[in-house]
Design a protein around this ligand. Structure first.
Ligand code: CU
Length: 447
C-alpha cells in the first residue's frame, strides 16, 4: 500500500469514526432563561416574548419542562411567591405561521417523547413564549422563566408533529365559562373536532384543564367513538398552595394531568376525524376554564385505513404526589388589601351600593370599576363600558352562575343579563385585587 493509499484508509477511518460518533451523540440536557421579569405586588404580568434563547443549530427535543427561578440564585421559586400560570412555546420564522409545540400550566406539565422520537427544530426557526405570571406577595418581585430540555442531534430520530385541540375554539385567552346550575353530577362537555393531517401514530400526549374539570378525552367518532387518549386530573390536597395563596386568580387547576407515551403509537389515518371532549362539572359555575390537548404524531405511511388496532404499549403517566381524584368544591374568594397592605379575603368591596331597576351601567377605567356594589332586579342587565387604556375584564369569582367577558379596553362594552337571583362576586382576572365588584340580583316577588 502506497502512502496515498494509507492516507485514504486513514481518512476513511476518520470519517467513519466521525459518523459513528455523531450517530451515538448522547442527548444533552440544556437550560435557558428569559430576561428578568418584574411583577408588582399581588399583580399579574403577561406578555408574548419573541426570539427567546434556544439550542443552536438543528436538532430534536425529546423532553421539555418550564418553571420560574430566582433572578439571583437560579433556584425554583415557590408558588407562594410567584406562580407561572401558563406558558406556550411557539416556533416561527420558517415557513408560514407559527407552531405551538409545548405548553404548560400551573400543573407543571412536561413534554416527553418515547425513545426513538424527537420534535424537530430547524436551525433557522425562532421561538416565542406566551406567558402569564402572578405575584402572591405584597412586594414587587423579579424572576426569570426557565425552560429545560433534552436536545438530541441523532439524525435517526423519527420526527413528531404536534397537533393541538382547544375546546374554546380559539376564544380570547383560550378560555370559556361553564355557567353551572345543572343537577349534581351533570357535566358540561365542549368538543373540538380536527382532521388528522397525515397518516401516522400518536406517540405522546398531554392535556390542560382548570378547576372543576372531570377529564379530557380524545376520541375517534368514525371508529365507534372509541377513546384513544384520556387525560385525567389529579387535584391537590386542601393544604396545597393553589388553594391558599392570595389572590386566587381562578378556581385552582389540578396538580397534574395524566400524559401518555407509546413507542408503537396510536394509529391515525389521514383525513379521519379526531375529537376532543373537555368535560367539566355542570352543577357549580366554573369561569375562565380551559380544555387544551396536544398530541405528538409521527408520520407513518403504513397506516392505510381508519380505526387501526390500538397498541398495547400505551403508558399513562401521572404524578406520584398525593392528591385527590375528584375536583374539590372550591369557591374563589374576593381579595382586598388591609391597612398594612396585606391581601385579605373580603365579602364586598368598599363603597356605596347603587340600587338599580332593570338596568345599570358603569365605567371600567384602568384598574377600577366606577361602581363596585350594585343591586339589580332579577332579569335586569348590567353594562360595563370600557374606557381604559389597558385591558380589563369582568369575571365571576363566586356566584350562582358563571360568566366572563373578554379582555377589553376603551371603546368596547360588555352587557350581562342576570336571570338567577343571588350574590355575584366579580373581579378583573388581570387585576384581581384592585378590581372587585359585587352585584346583588334581587329575586322577583312571587305573584
Ligand atoms: Cu383589570
Amino acid at each position: 500500500m502506497g502512502r496515498r493509499g494509507l492516507l485514504t484508509v486513514l481518512l476513511a477511518g476518520a470519517a467513519l469514526l466521525i459518523t459513528s460518533v455523531s450517530a451515538v451523540a448522547s442527548p444533552v440536557e440544556m437550560s435557558f432563561t428569559s430576561a428578568p421579569i418584574t411583577v408588582g405586588g399581588y399583580s399579574v404580568e403577561r406578555a408574548v416574548t419573541g426570539n427567546v434563547d434556544r439550542p443552536a443549530g438543528a436538532g430534536f427535543i425529546t423532553q421539555m419542562a418550564a418553571d420560574v427561578v430566582d433572578v439571583n440564585t437560579g433556584k425554583q421559586v415557590p408558588i407562594s411567591r410567584i406562580m407561572l400560570h401558563h406558558i406556550v412555546f411557539a416556533a416561527y420564522g420558517v415557513g408560514p405561521g407559527n407552531t405551538a409545540f409545548y405548553g404548560d400550566g400551573e400543573e407543571r406539565a412536561i413534554m416527553k417523547l418515547p425513545a426513538g422520537y424527537g420534535y424537530p427544530v430547524a436551525a433557522a426557526e425562532k421561538w416565542a413564549i406566551v406567558w402569564m405570571l402572578m405575584n402572591h406577595r405584597q412586594q414587587t418581585d423579579a424572576v426569570k422563566i426557565r425552560w429545560r430540555l433534552t436536545w438530541d442531534t441523532d439524525p435517526n430520530l423519527k420526527p413528531v408533529t404536534p397537533m393541538s385541540f382547544d375546546a374554546s375554539h380559539s376564544a380570547q385567552g383560550l378560555v370559556y365559562s361553564v355557567a353551572g346550575g345543572g343537577k349534581v353530577g351533570s357535566t358540561d362537555v365542549r368538543t373540538q373536532s380536527r382532521v388528522a393531517p397525515f397518516s401516522g401514530r400518536i406517540v405522546a400526549g398531554l392535556g390542560h384543564v382548570h378547576g372543576g374539570a372531570a377529564e379530557l378525552a380524545l376520541s375517534e367518532p368514525g371508529c365507534g367513538n372509541r377513546t384513544i387518549y384520556r387525560s385525567s386530573p389529579t387535584w391537590g390536597t386542601a393544604s396545597n398552595p393553589f388553594y391558599n395563596v392570595k389572590p386566587i386568580l381562578h378556581e385552582p387547576g389540578p396538580i397534574n394531568m395524566s400524559r401518555i407515551e407509546s413507542e408503537t403509537g396510536i394509529p391515525v389515518h389521514a383525513g379521519e376525524e379526531l375529537k376532543l371532549s373537555s368535560v367539566y362539572d355542570a352543577h357549580l359555575p366554573h369561569t375562565r376554564v380551559m380544555g387544551l390537548m396536544v398530541v405528538y404524531i409521527a408520520k407513518d405511511d403504513s397506516v392505510t385505513s381508519n380505526c387501526g388496532k390500538m397498541p398495547s404499549d400505551v403508558t399513562q403517566f401521572r404524578t406520584t404526589v398525593k392528591g385527590r381524584s375528584k375536583a374539590p368544591v372550591f369557591r374563589v374568594p374576593l381579595t382586598g388589601i388591609d391597612a398594612k397592605g396585606h391581601a385579605i379575603e373580603i365579602n364586598r368591596p368598599p363603597g356605596s351600593t347603587l340600587i338599580a331597576g332593570m338596568s345599570a351601567e358603569l365605567k371600567v377605567g384602568d384598574a377600577f370599576y366606577s361602581q363596585r356594589n350594585i343591586s339589580i332586579a332579577q332579569g335586569g342587565s348590567v353594562t360595563w363600558a370600557f374606557g381604559s387604556v389597558l385591558q380589563h375584564d369582568v369575571t365571576v369569582a363566586d356566584a350562582p352562575r358563571g360568566f366572563n367577558s373578554d379582555w377589553m379596553k376603551a371603546g368596547q362594552s360588555f352587557t350581562k343579563r342576570f336571570d338567577v337571583p343571588g350574590t355575584y362576586k366579580l373581579f378583573c382576572s388581570l387585576h384581581p385585587v384592585q378590581m372587585t365588584q359585587v352585584i346583588t340580583v334581587r329575586p322577583k316577588r312571587a305573584g
